[in-house]
Design a protein around this ligand. Structure first.
Ligand code: HEC
Ligand code: HEC
Length: 122
């Protein structure tokens, strides 16, 4: 009986650790700006959106598939930019007309499919 319950506990622990594993989120090991509880689905969508809006691949900000690493300057810059966009969204009324949709306030607003928005100096 003892052995049996020990075995059941072992199985329960295996399941508890196995189910969340293997997802893209890698349990958000190193999320400093985005919600740590973001689902792997939502994280994937968010990252694909950054890549599309800047016209880059994941490796522009990440070291291969070691997504939690902070080795690239671009990733660090991106964190500041995510904060900037969150600020623009949360203080929308201070910055924009009411006709500007929430969804328009994103990286693409400035980046327009480029990694470095060109300065326009008239
Ligand atoms: C413009 C830069 C940029 C691009 C492009 C980008 N990412 Fe990220 N990614 C980040 C930043 C910044 C974070 C950390 C966010 C934070 O600290 O809250 C992050 C975090 C992640 C994480 C979470 C890592 C962890 O465990 O903490 C994953 C997974 C990830 N990115 C995958 C991807 C994939 C896949 C792509 C391509 C589809 C991609 N990223 C494209 C900037 C980028
Ligand atoms: C208000 C305009 C604006 C918004 C919004 C914005 N950016 Fe930027 N971003 C810039 C400008 C301008 C630069 C160029 C800065 C420079 O050249 O010094 C830049 C540079 C960057 C860089 C550095 C590029 C490089 O080659 O090193 C990254 C990475 C980046 N932005 C990511 C993002 C992401 C991700 C978002 C959305 C979460 C975002 N930005 C939203 C204006 C913006």
């Amino acid at each position: 009986m003892r052995l049996r319950s020990a075995f059941l506990l072992f199985c329960a622990l295996c399941l508890a650790f196995a189910i969340p594993g293997g997802s893209l989120a890698a349990d958000g090991k190193n999320l400093l700006v985005l919600d740590k509880n973001i689902s792997s689905e939502e994280l994937k969508k968010t990252m694909e959106a950054y890549a599309a809006q800047l016209g880059v691949k994941c490796v522009f900000c990440h070291v291969g598939e070691q997504y939690e690493k902070d080795d690239k300057k671009q990733k660090q810059d991106a964190r500041k930019m995510i904060r900037l966009v969150l600020e623009m969204k949360s203080r929308k009324a201070d910055f924009f007309k009411t006709t500007i949709k929430d969804t328009a306030i994103q990286c693409a607003m400035c980046h327009r499919g480029r990694p470095q928005p060109e300065a326009y100096v008239p």
